[in-house]
Design a protein around this ligand. Structure first.
Ligand SMILES: [Zn+2]
Length: 355
């Protein structure tokens, strides 16, 4: 029944997306969330099996399609993509009319009935949308959005002494203006090497054979493990940065542009910078901290953070350099992180605009 919901919602999402694109191209008109929702009764007549799915879960799909386009137009996301059956995590939403029993460890879902669960965290508040997801390794999750009714914490004031600048890069995962360098974890690299090996094993097995299925499953399990390892690593560092500082300055990177550079693509996507920035943003909101975002600026590495001299001769290979103007010896990435912090504070009028 969970898979029936997932498959139907994916089918509907792709159909809505296709329809929205078609109408836009042929009539130069933009279908709204309501236009899409209004198509559902007719679709149910055409495809009787759609009625087996909770109708509010179907309604939620039209909202998701609209959100995907809004994020695209606000330049927060790429153009909406069709959902693939092959995605490692598949999901559908239940906007309301479900119950969570925290004492008996179960949830009651429309069309699905009572489902036994392991509850990871107790909560108090009004239930909002929930999302049911299934992984390719056969695990099922429900995540519940709860409105706790509390106001967002007041913003903690910040100044130069409690603001940190961070620079992200390929040599170190992140470098702070305080001179701390965090490297990519070795276990991720080890897991990736093992993944490559397992994927080769799959390609050697006969299609449709049981042995191949076993190998595919091993790949899925390792994929999930890598994703959990990466998530732990990112949560640990984003939490540390947010708790130790009142403001965090970052450079908004053109990550999708960088991913087009094929050589860098693999390692960058493994590093997960965009996920780090996402976590920093919501954790700052949660704790009343400020995330200062500055546009990408060319000389962040080339600018001497002490005297403002610009080293035009600096190449990607130069990890350290000495400023010919003031004689300071720089670590390339720490200097960049200091510049990011300075630029962000100048934009807030918290530092004079000197060089
Ligand atoms: Zn200098």
């Amino acid at each position: 029944m969970i898979w029936k919901h997932i498959d139907t919602c994916r089918f509907l999402y792709n159909l809505f997306l296709e329809e929205k694109i078609r109408v836009y191209q042929s009539e130069n008109k933009s279908l709204t969330m309501f236009d899409l929702s209004n198509m559902i009764p007719e679709l149910k007549k055409q495809h009787e099996w759609m009625s087996e799915t909770n109708s509010q879960s179907l309604q939620a799909v039209s909202r998701n399609v609209e959100t995907a386009f809004k994020n695209f137009f606000r330049k927060k996301a790429n153009f909406p993509k069709f959902k693939s059956k092959k995605n490692p995590v598949q999901s559908f939403q239940i906007p309301q009319h479900y119950e969570v029993n925290l004492t008996e460890n179960k949830v009651k879902l429309p069309k699905l009935g009572i489902v036994k669960t392991v509850i990871s965290r107790k909560f108090v508040g009004t239930l909002k949308t929930s999302t049911v997801s299934a992984t390719s390794t056969g695990k099922y999750y429900i995540s519940v959005l709860v409105d706790d009714g509390l106001k967002e914490p007041e913003l903690v004031p910040f100044d130069s002494s409690n603001t940190v600048g961070i620079d992200v890069g390929l040599t170190s995962f992140l470098v702070t203006s305080d001179g701390i360098k965090e490297d990519n974890p070795r276990y991720l690299k080890n897991s990736l090497a093992r993944l490559k090996h397992l994927q080769q094993l799959v390609s050697r097995k006969v299609k449709g054979s049981n042995n191949r299925k076993k190998s595919v499953r091993k790949v899925a399990i390792l994929h999930e493990q890598i994703s959990n390892q990466r998530s732990d690593f990112l949560h640990k560092h984003s939490f540390k940065l947010v708790s130790e500082n009142q403001a965090i300055a970052v450079e908004t990177l053109n990550i999708s542009g960088m991913l087009k550079n094929h050589k860098l693509a693999r390692s960058i996507s493994d590093v997960g910078w965009s996920e780090l920035f996402r976590q920093l943003e919501y954790k700052c909101n949660m704790y009343g901290k400020t995330l200062l975002k500055i546009g990408q600026f060319e000389p962040s590495s080339k600018l001497c953070s002490i005297c403002g001299y610009i080293n035009h001769d600096l190449t990607l290979e130069d990890r350290e350099w000495t400023c010919p103007e003031c004689g300071i010896h720089h670590d390339r990435d720490i200097n960049a992180a200091i510049n990011i912090k300075k630029m962000a504070l100048q934009a807030q009028n918290l530092l004079p605009n000197s060089g």
